[in-house]
Design a protein around this ligand. Structure first.
Ligand SMILES: NC(=O)C1=CN([C@@H]2O[C@H](COP(=O)(O)OP(=O)(O)OC[C@H]3O[C@@H](n4cnc5c(N)ncnc54)[C@H](OP(=O)(O)O)[C@@H]3O)[C@@H](O)[C@H]2O)[C@@H](O)CC1
Ligand SMILES: [K+]
Length: 507
C-alpha cells in the first residue's frame, strides 16, 4: 500500500456510496463489479508475477460475483482457472440468480468454463504448488461464523506449502467493521485487495494479522470523508524563534522515591518534543533521586495538594501530566483532584486512569482539555460496560468504542495499541495504524507508554490542541521506534526523536 491512503469507511458508508453512485446514474453495479475484479487481478499479477494457475472460491453474494470476474479475467490472460462455488449445484442445473453476481456467473459459464463444488477434493485438484487461492466467499456481507464454509478450504490448502492466498475485499471469517474474527480459523491471506477505501477490519484488532499485504483498488467512486489515518504530525513541529517560555512549560507529577522512572521518561520526552521547560513535581524525599537522574528537567517538591496548587499559581505552566509512577495513594488522589479542578490541558495516564476509574467524583471534574491515554486494560476499568459490549458479536469496534467513550466523558481519548484510536469530545476520530510497513513490535516495552504520555504533554505545553497533540504524538512515538528498530528500550525513544523531527521539519 503506497501513496495517499483514503479515509477508512465503514460497511454502511461503503454501501451508501455505491448506492448513491448507482442511483445517480454515474455507474452501474455491473461496472463496479468489473472494476473490482480488474483491481484484484492487477494486484495479483504484481504480487505473484510467476503464477499462472488459480482456484477461485465463490460465495453466493457479490463477493462471489467479484470472484467470477476475477476468474474470467485471469482465464483471458491464459491462466488455468478453476471456480469452486457455493452455488455450483444450482448453476450447473442452469439456475442463474438475478443480479450482478448472477450475470458474472452466467458469463463464466457462457465462456465454456465449468463450476466445481466447494469441497476439499475439488479445491485440491485445482491447485498446485505456486498457485493462487482466491477467497471470494464472503465480503462485507458476512455477519456470522463461516466455519463450515471454510472447513474444506483449510483441508485442501493444508496440502500445499507455496500458495499465494488472496482475499477479495476482506478475508472470509472477519467482521468488516470491528476487525474481530467471526470464527476460530478464518481465511489467512498473503494479500487482501479491497475496494475504494480501507474498511475498519484492515486496520483494527485481529484483522491485520490475517489480511496480509493490503492493496486498495479504485472503483471510480467519489471520495468521502471517513476515519482518517494519521500519516504525519497534525501540527507544525518547527520552532521559529522566541525564548524558552514561548514554547510552554510542562509540569509532570511523580510518585515517591524508587518510583520516579516512569515520570522521568515522560518528562524527558516532553522536553525532547520541544516544550520550552519541563518540571517534575515529586515528594521532597524523592528530590535527591530525581536530581541524580535529571539535568535539563527541573524539579519542584510536591508533597501535598496545596503544593500543587502553589505550582499551578504560575500561569506559565501550560500543560500537566499525571499518571506514570504517580501511585494510587491519598496524595496521588489529591493531586489528580487539584489538577482536574484546574482548566489547563492535562494528560491522564496509568495510575491517574485507575484513580479516575474508581472515583465518580474525580470523573465529574474531567474537562475538554483532558487527554486520557488508556491501554486495553485501563479502558476496561474505565468503561466496563462498553468493554464488555466490544467483546460480544456485533459489538462496537475500537473506533466506535473510543468515540463513544470520549464523548461520554467529554475528553480526548487515545486508545493505545498497534491500532491507536484518537477520539475527541465532539465525535472527531482518527486512527494511527502501526501496521505492515509501519509495524513496530519492539515498541511493546516497559516505559514506552510513559514516553507517549510525555510527548503529548510536551506538544500540549507548546500550545497544540488536544486532538492534534495526541494524534501527532502517536505518529512521532511509532516513528521514533521505527528509526531505532530492534533492541529498543524506552530511553532510546528520546534519542530517536531528533532524527524523526529533522526528517519532518526538512519536509
Ligand atoms: N459495496 C460496493 O461498493 C461493492 C461491493 N462489491 C463486492 O460485494 C461484496 C458485498 O456483497 P454482498 O453484500 O452480496 O455480501 P457478501 O459478503 O458477498 O455476502 C453475501 C451473502 O452471504 C451470506 N452469508 C453471510 N455470512 C455467511 C456465512 N457465515 N456462511 C454462509 N453464508 C453467509 C449472506 O446471505 P444469507 O445467507 O444471510 O441470506 C450474505 O448476504 C463486497 O465485499 C465486495 O466484494 C464489489 O462488487 C464492488 C462494489
Ligand atoms: K473474501
Amino acid at each position: 500500500m503506497t501513496g495517499q491512503i483514503p479515509d477508512i469507511v465503514t460497511t454502511a458508508q461503503m454501501r451508501a456510496l455505491e448506492q448513491r453512485a448507482i442511483a445517480a446514474g454515474e455507474v452501474s453495479g455491473l461496472t463496479l463489479m468489473e472494476r473490482a475484479g480488474e483491481g484484484v487481478v492487477k494486484a495479483i499479477i504484481a504480487h505473484a508475477p510467476e503464477a499462472n494457475r488459480a482456484v477461485v472460491l465463490c460465495g453466493k453474494g457479490n463477493n462471489g460475483g467479484d470472484g467470477f470476474v476475477i476468474a474470467r479475467l485471469l482465464a483471458a490472460r491464459g491462466w488455468q482457472v478453476r471456480v469452486c462455488a457455493l452455488t455450483a449445484e444450482t448453476l450447473s442445473a442452469g439456475q442463474i440468480p438475478v443480479g450482478d453476481a448472477g450475470e458474472n456467473a452466467r458469463r463464466w459459464l457462457a465462456a465454456g468454463q465449468g463450476v466445481y463444488p466447494l469441497t476439499a477434493e475439488a479445491i485440491r485438484d485445482g491447485l498446485s504448488e505456486g498457485a493462487v487461492l482466491i477467497d471470494a466467499l464472503l465480503g462485507i456481507g458476512q455477519s456470522r461464523s463461516p466455519e463450515a464454509l471454510l472447513a474444506p478450504v483449510h483441508t485442501a490448502s493444508a496440502e500445499f506449502t507455496r500458495l499465494t492466498r488472496v482475499a477479495v475485499d476482506l478475508p472470509t471469517g472477519l467482521c468488516s467493521d470491528s476487525g474481530r474474527w467471526l470464527c476460530d480459523a478464518p481465511f489467512r491471506a498473503d494479500l487482501t485487495v479491497t475496494f475504494h477505501a480501507p474498511k475498519p477490519c484492515h486496520m483494527l484488532a485481529e484483522g491485520p494479522e490475517i489480511c496480509g499485504a493490503l492493496e486498495i483498488a479504485p472503483l471510480g467512486l467519489r471520495p468521502e470523508p471517513g476515519i482518517p489515518l494519521i500519516t504525519g504530525p497534525l501540527c507544525n513541529l518547527g520552532k521559529s524563534g522566541g525564548h524558552k517560555f514561548s514554547h510552554g512549560h510542562a509540569l509532570v507529577l511523580s510518585g515517591g522515591s524508587g518510583r520516579g522512572g516512569a515520570a522521568r521518561l515522560a518528562a524527558r520526552a516532553a522536553l525532547r518534543i520541544g516544550a520550552g521547560l519541563v518540571t517534575l513535581g515529586c515528594p521532597r524525599a524523592a528530590i535527591p533521586e530525581n536530581a541524580a537522574r535529571l539535568d535539563a528537567v527541573m524539579l519542584t517538591p510536591v508533597d501535598t495538594a496545596d503544593d500543587l496548587a502553589t505550582s499551578l499559581s504560575d500561569p506559565r505552566i501550560s500543560a500537566l501530566l499525571l499518571g506514570p509512577g504517580l501511585g494510587l495513594d491519598a496524595r496521588a488522589h489529591a493531586l489528580v483532584d487539584v489538577a482536574l479542578r484546574d482548566t489547563r490541558p492535562c494528560v491522564l495516564d496509568a495510575d491517574a486512569l485507575t484513580l479516575i476509574a474508581g472515583d465518580a467524583a474525580l470523573r465529574a471534574h474531567l474537562h475538554a482539555g483532558c487527554i486520557l491515554t488508556p491501554h486495553g486494560g485501563e479502558f476496561a476499568r474505565l468503561f466496563p460496560d462498553l468493554s464488555a459490549r466490544m467483546r460480544g458479536s456485533g459489538g462496537p469496534s475500537r473506533i466506535d468504542a473510543a468515540t463513544e467513550a470520549a464523548q461520554e466523558l467529554g475528553v480526548t481519548l487515545l486508545m493505545k495499541g498497534p491500532d491507536t484510536v484518537i477520539a475527541g469530545p465532539n465525535g472527531r476520530c482518527a486512527l494511527h495504524a502501526a501496521l505492515r510497513e509501519r509495524a513496530v513490535p519492539w515498541l511493546a516495552t516497559a516505559g514506552a507508554g510513559d514516553v507517549l504520555a510525555g510527548l503529548i504533554a510536551g506538544l500540549l505545553a507548546r500550545g497544540m490542541p488536544g486532538f492534534e497533540a495526541a494524534a501527532s504524538a502517536a505518529y512521532l512515538h511509532a516513528s521514533a521506534a521505527q528509526v531505532f528498530g530492534p533492541g529498543l528500550i524506552a530511553e532510546d525513544l528520546h534519542e530517536a526523536i531528533p532524527q524523526v523531527l529533522r526528517g519532518l521539519i526538512a519536509h
